[in-house]
Design a protein around this ligand. Sequence first.
Ligand code: GLA
Length: 350
Amino acid sequence: MTEAGPAPARVLAAGSAWGRVNLLGEHTDYNDGYVLPTVVPLCTIVELAASPDGRYHARSATLSEQAVFDGPDAKTSGFARYLAGCLRALAERGIAVPPVSIAIRSSVPIGSGLSSSAALEVAFLRAVRGLLGLAIDELEIARIAHRAESEHVGVHVGIMDQMASSLGAPGRMLFIDTRSLHFEQLPLPRNCAVLVVDSNHPRNLSDTPYNLRREECRIAARMLGVPALRDVRRIASVSALPAPYSKRARHVVQENHRVLEARTAEAARFGLLMNASHASLRDDFEVSIPALDALVQAMQRQPGVHGARLTGAGFGGACVALVDSTELATARAGTLADYAAAGYRGTAIT
Ligand code: GLA
C-alpha cells in the first residue's frame, strides 16, 4: 500500500468496516426480498483529523488519490462521491459534519463485487459517529449509508451491502428481510468455509444494466399487481408475463425461496441452492458473463465444494463457493488452476 500525501496531524476519530460476500439472495434486496450475506476478512479504515483550511480533504492511500471539496453539495467524483453522499445523508437528518481531513486505506478490492463502496460508507459514518458522539446504531448507519449511495451517488442499490458491512460478523451469515429490515445472525452450515475468488473482470455498477434490471423488476411487479416481487405467491402467474419480465420475476421469486430454505439447510443442500442460484442468474436474470461461468464451473468441480455461484450484482467481480473446511486450501488451488486452464487468471480472496 503506498501513501498519498502527508499523514493527518492528529487522528480525532476512526472507523472501520468489512467487505461483504453474498452467499445467496441476489437481486432480491430491491424487490423487498431476502438475502444471506457474510463478511470477508478485508476491511476499510477511515481516520479523521482537523481540516487545515475549512474544506473537506480526502485521500485514499489505496488508490493514491486525493480530493478536496467544500461541503456535502459540492460536485465530487470517484471515491469522494461516497463521502459527500454520506455528508448529504447526514445533513438531511440535521447532522452537520465540520470540515475534516479524511484518510482512507482499504484491503477490499474495488470492482470485485465485495462492496468496497459500502465498506467505505460504513467506515466513514462510524468515524463521524465517534467524532461527534452521535447516538446512532449499526442499523441506522446502514440506512444512512444506503441513502448516500442510492440517492446521492445514483446507483439505485438495495440495502444488503450496507447492512452486511455494518451488521455482519466473520464466520456467521446474516439473514435479512429487506422489507422489515429484520436481521438475524446465523451459523454457517456445519464444517463449512467460504471460498471467494475474484474473476479479475472488474466492473463498476454504474456502467452495468443494474438500474435496468431494477426497472424491469418494478414493471414486472406492476404487471402482476403486487407492491414488489417479494409479494408474488403463485409462480404460475409469473410465466404469463411477456419476456423479459417473466424471466426476471421467476429468478426473484425462486431466489427468495432459496434463501428462506438455506437459513437452516445442511451443507449439501445449501450448495445445491447456490448452484441453482447461479443457473438462474445466468439464464433468467442474465447478469453473468463467460468468465464468471468458467470460474463457477471451476469451483463446482473441486472436491469438497458443496456449491458455487457468482456473488453481488454480476457482470464481473468475484464468485463464492461453500466448501468443506478441511478442503479449503485444495479447493482454492484447484479452482485457480482450472480457471487458468480455461484461459483466465483469478485471484483468491479467502
Ligand atoms: C449490488 C447492490 C446490492 C444488491 C446486489 C445484487 O451489490 O449493491 O444492493 O442489489 O448488487 O444482489
